[in-house]
Write a protein that binds this ligand. Structure first.
Ligand code: NAP
Length: 282
């Protein structure tokens, strides 16, 4: 068991850190709002630190789950001052592949793994996240015993940045699908169908999806106060569209859906689950 500096005790990071504490790792904690680190330490152990540099000093690994590129820049600028040579930097934030590549390229003394996750809060709480890793084989293998505390599926996709690119693919696939499901369920409601009977009939056929299994009913009920927030989805789709502008991928549907999410934000739904796309249609 190692000495781990953990930064970012939010919706995702808090349960991840809890799993690390249960696995017996020695935790040094830092969070922008310091009170959270104190609260975590009181409940599960670990040492709250005043800065990232203090947390990273002498650590075997710096593990982060913060918001965006700017946050990761801030955390690494401070933390890399004291993180020892050869230590792991495992970043679970969803950020640009460009920044992940830059961090790995400019810090060859560290073993960097970009490791965005899928599975949401429920996946983090249950320790069942899917983790898409970019980095050298050796770095990903060294990270595995740590990430296994909360990861059900940990896959090396390729070199630095490829974890973040895989997360882009994940979000592209979700965006179009959720709009399709929204249109399907809105049609069902307007056609006066019994949606329970409908889902019973089609839920195990070719139209089945995780979104249908887990979101179709709450969409019809108008329940969106849980899950993956529209604001975060828009941040991710921004990363996707930036990346596509560089690699030439044509994302007509994704671009449309990003605009629909902007409409949901304008309706006050920035914190709604992504399934709230149906609000535009009903
Ligand atoms: P969150 O609840 O906002 O948590 C982010 C945490 O990081 C907060 O506790 C925040 O501190 C802290 N933080 C931000 N910037 C910091 C900095 N510069 N220094 C130290 N701490 C900092 O967000 P989340 O939902 O856990 O998401 C975290 C990342 O995972 C995001 O990149 C997101 O896109 C990704 N993700 C989220 C989900 C999901 O379902 N929520 C699913 C997959 C991936 P404060 O307490 O001050 O805000």
């Amino acid at each position: 068991m190692g000495k781990i500096a953990f930064v970012g005790l939010g919706v995702m990071g808090w349960p991840m850190a809890r799993h690390l504490a249960s696995a017996g790792h020695e935790l040094r904690l830092f969070n922008r709002t310091a009170e959270k680190a104190g609260r975590f330490a009181a409940a599960y152990g670990g040492l709250p630190c005043a800065t990232v540099a203090e947390a990273a000093d002498g650590a075997d690994a710096l593990v982060t789950c913060v918001g965006n590129d700017a946050d990761v820049r801030q955390v690494t600028a401070d933390g890399f001052r004291t993180l020892p040579d050869g230590a792991l930097f495992i970043d679970h934030s969803t950020i640009s592949a460009r920044l992940a590549l830059e961090i790995a390229g400019t810090n060859p003394r560290l073993r960097c793994v970009d490791a965005p996750v899928s599975g949401g809060q429920a996946g983090a709480e249950a320790g069942q996240l899917a983790v898409m890793c970019g980095g050298t084989d050796a770095a990903v293998e060294a990270a595995r015993p740590i990430v296994e505390a909360y990861g059900r599926r940990i896959v090396r996709i390729g070199p630095a940045g490829h974890g973040q690119l895989a997360k882009c693919v994940n979000q592209i696939a979700i965006a179009g699908l959720v709009q399709g499901l929204s249109e399907a369920m809105a049609f069902a409601v307007k056609a006066g169908l019994d949606t329970e009977a409908l889902l019973d009939a089609i839920g195990k056929g070719a139209a089945q999806s995780w979104q249908m299994d887990n979101r179709a009913r709450t969409m019809v009920e108008g329940k969106f106060d849980f899950g993956f927030a529209v604001d975060l989805m828009r941040k991710d789709l921004g990363l996707v569209l930036d990346e596509a502008a560089g690699n030439g991928a044509q994302l007509e549907v994704t671009r449309l859906v990003d605009g629909y999410y902007a409409e949901v934000q304008a309706m006050g739904g920035g914190r709604n689950d992504t399934s709230s796309l149906i609000r535009r249609l009903l």
